[in-house]
Design a protein around this ligand. Sequence first.
Ligand code: SUG
Length: 442
Amino acid sequence: MNAREVNFDALVGPTHNYAGLAYGNIASQKNKDAPSNPRQAALEGLAKMKFLADLGVPQAVLPPQLRPDLATLRTLGFTGCDAQVLDKTAKVDPTLLAAVSSSSAMWAANAATLSPSPDTADHQLHISPANLISQFHRSIEPQTTAAILRAIFPAALHHPPLPSQSRWSDEGAANHTRLCQNHSSPGLEIFVYGRDETATAAPKIYPARQTADASRALARRHQLNPDRTCFLQQNPAAIDAGVFHNDVAAVGNQNVFLCHAQAYLDQPRALAEIRTKFAALSPSPLHIFEIPDEELTLTQAVETYLFNSQIVTLPDGTMSLIAPAECEHHAQARAVIGRLLAAGTPLQSAHFLSVRQSMRNGGGPACLRLRVVLTDAELAATHPGVFLNDALYARLVAWINKHYREELRAADLADVKLFDECRAALDDLTGIIGLPRLYDFQ
Ligand code: SUG
């Protein structure tokens, strides 16, 4: 059985804006009410996809969701034609209008948790869309996310999101890392949570978004082997420093694991468990890079998003760090990357890419992608229209330039013309990727 990892990046939606919606996400709060450039945001995301595809790393796209979400506004009692619903909401509750307008589904790492078939007892690819209940603007994503994932992966085993209650708060693959010798063999699935109802350690300032009960339920329903599963608690101090997801403090790929030294509670024990369990499934050495505060503080990690880099395996078997452009001219982040590349591990190159529009909302390169390990048979069963090649890239660039605005401010969200533009854009996109009846409005 031959398997490989494909990065599915979400296309940024035409309403990408800065509404300061995500408490505990420092960039989102800092940039509240700044004008956004949805076109640039979408082109940056697409350029990252193209860059990886050109490196020989398999790449696919996920479509955005329709925003503003008028169905939610109607559920909340706003009535009339579309223009009236938007107008009334803008007058009564502009924050609500911003929330239902967020393009937040662009951060595909939060879309779902996936366990590939080499890891699961029934040898099926298991997919659990995240309930995202910790932030209202994200809690309206799962239903459409589930429909999109079903359309793209018709042969996978699709679970419903976990119950919509605080005990099961789930933020998807941003809190999940898989280490393995190669993708065809069973891997070690690492689940990271911020809050455990049975433990006392909890952040004091910002909310913990992922719960231990959610992580355990995901591992259970995905039929994972306990010998190949770890549950680690985030260091509460890291959450209070702005590490709202594990992927702001750690990233792993195959036998390389990079994390900040303050990422986990009782980190020596956490890393020892990873080492022991990895050794039992793979003869290849595990390379763990633990970056201490003296090299990069947690605050600098949050500023630069160094740990939100992607680590990808290239066709020649070496690995590359796809780092946010913010790291390039940051002395400490640069020095850390230099040290990583000189260590004689498979990680041998680094590239700096700009996803600045997304970064201003706290989303770096790794946030924009959902990793999917697919066997040959699963790859053949995947909807073909979403795989990025030169032709799809060219069509998507033209599509973005046709439909996306270059500036968006809070006041624009009430404009029914923007809503009509979004609907037309998604309608057009489903034709391009060959999924003509993907959305409820179609
Ligand atoms: O959920 N930002 C997102 C960023 C998610 C990043 N994802 C990962 N780390 N995997 C969030 O906090 C900001 C929206 C606004 O403020 O307009 C926002 O939702």
